[in-house]
Each structure stands twice: as C-alpha cells, then as structure tokens.
Design a protein around this ligand. Structure first.
Ligand SMILES: Nc1ncnc2c1ncn2[C@@H]1O[C@H](COP(=O)(O)OP(=O)(O)OP(=O)(O)O)[C@@H](O)[C@H]1O
Ligand SMILES: [Mg+2]
Length: 477
C-alpha cells in the first residue's frame, strides 16, 4: 500500500478500560489511528460521526450489548466493517454476530499479530467493496427474457441458429457438455416456433426404466397391464402440435431407439394395449452431451435414428471457451437472486470476478449458477468478495499464482503478514489473468481484444492504454 494514503481509523468499542488500552497500544504501533468508545451507545454515535474504517466491538458490555450495538451500527451504516470480540466463544453468539453482518469474530485474549492480520484483511475487504461499487452491472435483465445470456461470438452463433431453425419443423440436435444450456436452447427454439402455443414436453431418455419407456412415451389403455387402472396419454400424445425434447439421447437403450425411430418415420403411435394407430404431429428437439458420431461407429446408436435427429445442429460451447460471458452471466444470476430476495449481495468485486473468469467450470453454466448462489449467500456485504467463493474456485486462482516466479516485493518486508502477501498476489494474478483473457478474446474479437478486455476489467487492466494498437481508440475527455 502506498505510504501517503491516510492512516486507516479503527474504533475500539469496549467498556473495559484495560482492554481499550492494550488494543490501542497494539494498533497504534501499526499504521492505524485508534479511537475509543466506552459503551455501545458511545460507539454508535462515533460510527455515525466519524465513519471509522474498521470497528472492533466487544460483546459483553454494561448497557447496550455488543449484538445490539452491532445492529444499531449496521442500521446506521450498512457497509461498516465490524470485527466482533468476545471472551466467550459460544456458537450462538458467533452465529448471531455473523448473521447481523459482522465481518469476523474473534475470541479474547487475542494474539496481536493475528488481530492485525484480521484488521488488514478487513481493510482489504473494504477496498475491494469500494472498487466493487464502481463496477456497474452489465446486464439489463429485461433484455434477457430468453434467459440465455452471453455476447461471445460463440453464443451469437447459437442465437442465430435458434432464430434460423425455430421457424422450420426440422429436427434439431443440440450438443454440448453438461450444464451448457441445452435445455434452455431447446425451450427457446420452441418458444420462437409456430408451435409455441402448444406444449413443450421434455423426456429424459436416460431416466426412464426400460420396462416403462413404451408406456411413458406412447401411453397405455386401461387394463393393458397390471397396474394400468386408467387410460394414460404418453408424452408424444401430450405434446401433439408442440415440441418434444428428447434429452440425453446418447443414453437411450437400443429398444427405445427402435421405438422412437418408428414414430419419427411414421408420424403415428400406438398406445400400449391399444389397437388404433394415432397420428401425432410433433417436432423433435434432441440433446446429448455424448459424442453421437462415436456411438454410431461403435454401433451403440442407430445410424438411421442419428440421421433422423441430426437434421440441423446447435453446438453449445463450454463456458471456459467463452470467458467473456462470465461477468454478464454472473450479473444475470445475481439480479435474479436479488429479485427473488434470496441473497443480499448484488455485486461482485473485480478480484472475485477475476477468479470466476479464471476457473475452468467443468460443470459449465449450471456450476456457475450454483457458485453465484452459494457465494451470494455467504457474502456478508453487498458484494461477493474472493473470500466468499468456494474453495475450488479460489484455489484454482492460487495454483496459478504459485506457478508464477516469486516476486521480491511479496517476500521482502518481515512485518508483511499474510495479508500483504495476499494483496500482492492478487495484483499478479490479475495481470496474468489479463494475459490469458487477452489471448482468448483476441481469437474471438480480432483487433478489438483490448477494448473488450478493458470493458470487462475496467481499471484492473492498466496495460490496455500503453499496449493498445494506436488506432481508433476514443480519447477520454
Ligand atoms: N447462457 C446462459 N445464460 C443464463 N443461464 C444459463 C445459460 N446457460 C445455461 N444456463 C442455466 O444453467 C443451468 C443449466 O442449463 P441446462 O439445464 O439448459 O443445461 P444442459 O446443457 O441441459 O445440462 P445437462 O447436460 O446437464 O442436462 C440452467 O439453470 C440454465 O438456466
Ligand atoms: Mg439438460
């Protein structure tokens, strides 16, 4: 941190004179200005008047308790960082303190270096939140009625394909790894087709047991087998006039494959135990995360069915191949959570976003959705910070940092606690991320990669101006 920045102020709220004295000594020996308050009431007034950077708040005090004080502080100043202190580390106090928005919780007596590291991490959090407030959501959820977010070239191709194929009745095959949005695309195709007023029925071909599949797909007549107490319409009949979504077709058994092929060829079905043939008018959209061509070669998937289903194809790219979409998708999910009142966090700090962009997302968008949800719930403030992210996402970032050559600035100062080392690490990792993003974006937006990155990373991409090609770069006023 630069030396001419004003010293951070720490407010100590404790009714015990000795504790205030010793905390004041420990903290004043560092770069902090320390203020003291001898009661909760005094502390709340000091927060309102002086807006300290960090508050250290004791729990057991005469007059207002620490938990009550915490609630008053948060009401007066919702972003105030408060470290809660107690001599009695009960689960309940810890839970309540965190629930009421404490930044962290420490048990007395403290170990001074640890306390200082904690204060440092709180200050870093505060700096992160400030930069997060500068980060404007890039997604207007009204523009995403489709529920499919993404502006990467790969996703633009997908949108184009949806528009192009929706109008026809051709069978569509959607391929892509698990969680890339295959079902979302299938629904969009239906919604934009002339069948949109009729049903969209999804069938998970892998989930239906072999002995039930026929009745599930084609229905049955009453009394046709034990337990068939009433006539039942199958999926094909249910969606007559609409779209049937055959999901996980790569996992279909050979028998099911044969039965489905027959419907597609003949356009009619027969209920189990029935005699009449019933005409059905159904469009088929199929999806799989398997490589069907390989399955056909291995004779595990019928070639004739393959050609029936694969008239036109939509390929969904894995999320790691469209890193540029991550910030928007994150925003989209966050807005949904805020609207549904499921989480308080409505933003993500640039550092946390950088980690999200760097992770490889084996579970693709579904995994990202889950991570955003978990992190938004874990966040204590209104922004998701690196510490709120699941371990695997953070560690992926750390592993890459560890692969970097050691930087002398992170090892020189003896007083540099883990806190400072971590700050330096963050800077390194951002630069490294920028380089990786640059390569990815360059492939996708030739000639515009730096502008694209600058938009994504804002002022976290300092090299942009120097290294940008000296062309068509609008001057800032
Ligand atoms: N581009 C996107 N924008 C917003 N949300 C998305 C996007 N892609 C996927 N999702 C969301 O991610 C989740 C997974 O999508 P979906 O179920 O369509 O994936 P899938 O490809 O069918 O996965 P699987 O192969 O595991 O069935 C859903 O909640 C979906 O709404
Ligand atoms: Mg699916």
């Amino acid at each position: 941190m630069s030396t001419d920045a004003p010293a951070p102020t720490i407010l100590v709220i404790d009714d015990d004179t000795e504790v205030r004295y010793s905390l004041n000594r420990v903290l004043s020996s560092q770069r902090y200005r320390v203020q003291e308050a001898a009661s909760g009431e005094e502390g709340v007034a000091a927060v309102k008047k002086q807006a300290p950077d960090v508050v250290l708040l004791d729990n057991r005090m005469t007059g207002m308790t620490g938990l009550e004080t915490l609630q008053h502080i948060r009401a007066a100043s919702p972003r105030q960082l408060v470290i809660f202190m107690t001599a009695y580390g009960t689960a309940q106090t810890a839970i309540e303190a965190m629930k009421f928005g404490a930044y962290d919780y420490v048990v007395k007596p403290f170990d001074p270096p640890k306390l200082i590291a904690l204060v440092e991490s709180a200050l870093r959090t505060q700096a992160d939140s400030k930069s997060a407030s500068a980060y404007q959501p890039v997604v207007n959820s009204d523009e995403h009625k489709e529920g499919i977010v993404g502006t990467s070239p790969a996703m633009q191709e997908v949108f184009k394909a949806i528009g192009q194929f929706a109008a026809s009745d051709a069978s569509v095959m959607i391929t892509g790894e698990s969680g890339t949005g295959k079902e979302l695309v299938a629904r969009a195709i239906h919604r934009h087709s002339h069948r949109s007023a009729k049903p969209f029925v999804a069938v998970n071909c892998a989930a239906i047991p072999e002995n039930l599949i026929e009745s599930e797909l084609f229905g049955h007549e009453r009394g046709s087998f034990t337990g068939a107490t009433a006539q039942r319409l199958g999926k094909f009949e249910q969606c007559d006039g609409g779209t049937i979504f055959l999901d996980e077709i790569g996992d279909m058994t050979p028998t099911t494959q044969t039965k489905i092929l027959r419907v597609l060829q003949e356009g009619e079905i027969q209920r189990v135990g029935g005699v009449e043939t019933i005409k059905v008018n159904v469009r088929v959209v199929a999806a799989t995360n398997k490589n069907l061509e390989v399955l056909v070669q291995e004779k595990k998937f019928r070639e004739d069915l393959y050609y029936r289903l694969n008239v036109v194809r939509v390929k969904l790219p894995p999320l790691r191949g469209r890193v540029e979409d991550v910030p928007q998708i994150v925003d989209f999910f966050l807005q949904g959570l805020v609207k549904g009142k499921k989480a308080k966090a409505r933003k993500v700090s640039p550092e946390a976003l950088a980690l999200l962009c760097r992770y490889r997302w084996p579970g693709n968008v579904r995994e990202l959705e889950n991570v955003v949800y978990r992190s938004a719930v874990a966040a204590t403030g209104d922004a998701i910070l690196p510490r709120d992210l699941p371990d695997e996402v953070r560690q992926a970032g750390e592993r890459e940092d560890a692969a970097l050559p050691p930087d002398s600035s992170t090892t020189a100062t003896p007083a540099a606690s883990e806190a400072q080392a971590a700050t330096a690490g963050t800077v390194d990792s951002l630069e490294q991320l920028a380089a990786r993003l640059l390569a990815a974006v360059a492939a996708a937006h030739p000639g515009q990669e730096r502008e694209t990155l600058a938009t994504l990373l804002g002022d976290k991409f300092p090299a942009a101006d120097e290294a940008a090609p000296k062309k068509a770069r609008p001057k800032k006023a």
